[in-house]
Design a protein around this ligand. Sequence first.
Ligand code: FES
Length: 127
Amino acid sequence: METRIAVCAVADLLPGSAQVVHTDIGHVSVYNIDGRFHAIDDLCPHMRESLGQGHIDGACVTCPAHGWRFDVRSGKSPDFEGIEVATYPVEVADGTIWLILTGTGDDGWMDWDGATDPDDIEKELFD
Ligand code: FES
């Protein structure tokens, strides 16, 4: 099943900015990177700060809490191998940015519900 969620008008999401969207699967942040739109889970997998409130530099957003960075095109951390957030398709139609959520179970929805425990990440990275 596909769900399309209107994010905002294209004109309202300027390059280098983000918009947080509230969905049934939680918060998703949508970014305009040089005129292309990308969507990732909004909550940082470290301690669940809003990535949509972070600083955007190029294609990376820096978490405002402790500085973990994520490439919004891939969801991957450029700093820590294996650390990533889920990504979601985005489309533009009729001047509106649309977030596309598809399916249930193993294709992204569970990435949200099953977000990695911050304590496990800390242990894996720093022990
Ligand atoms: S909550 Fe994002 S780096 Fe700590």
